[in-house]
Design a protein around this ligand. Sequence first.
Ligand code: IPE
Ligand code: IPE
Ligand code: MG
Length: 246
Amino acid sequence: MTKKEELLSKLDHKKLPQHIAIIMDGNGRWAKKRGLPRSAGHLAGVKTVRRIVRTSSNIGIKFLTVYAFSTENWKRPKNEVSIIMSLFKIYLKKEISTFNKNDVRLNVIGNIGDLSDGLRKIIDNALEKTSANRGLRFTLAINYGSREEIINAVKNIVNDVERGIISRDINENVISRYLYTSDLPDPDLLIRTSGEMRISNFLLWQLSYAEIWVTDTYWPDFEQTEYMKAILDYQNRQRRFGKHNG
Ligand code: IPE
Ligand code: IPE
Ligand code: MG
């Protein structure tokens, strides 16, 4: 048995996390370590995305959400930003047939309105072409920032209260419904690669009770076996949601 098969056989398919969220980090450091430009790291990172989407789909994960570009990432040098945007275009064009083959339904969250017309069109096309798929719901967070998402939600709630569309009785469900993730369950497991112990403005509201798993591995090196390890570790956690340890 290979290591992968061994880990796979240990997975409890009845206790899979329903929703896995990933902060894909370390592309730049991966490239630097090899004396390559940061763009080479981003390119290698795309391969890992392909791998992880396929694995998630194969093991029966229902929701996978990956953080691909934050509202703060615009502060990077112009040429790095433009390379990342080009990679989104290439990936989202090329990947449609694979999504369809594997029954993967694409979803995109973030401030999409501020992306270029070209990229927006490609996103819309990919969303439409995969909309009938019923397997893995794969969400890409592009130009995503949790604080911005919450600000938008608050503005829309205020607006709808003023117009009498909803009542003043704001509760957790109302807030969740006004976020970009309104049709997704909260993540059960958050994975971050490259050893950084922070959330970096990702899904602040939604991650309230997620189990966190961090690895030192850089994103381009993140393999299926390690992904399985993260899921196995999750399956051995005791989730309490504030209740006593009984
Ligand atoms: C993650 O890798 C990809 C994006 C944030 C777009 P980084 O580019 O942040 O890589 P490091 O953290 O500099 O190594
Ligand atoms: C978080 O990574 C954003 C994405 C993975 C898209 P960063 O590399 O931008 O985060 P910080 O700057 O280390 O917090
Ligand atoms: Mg980083």
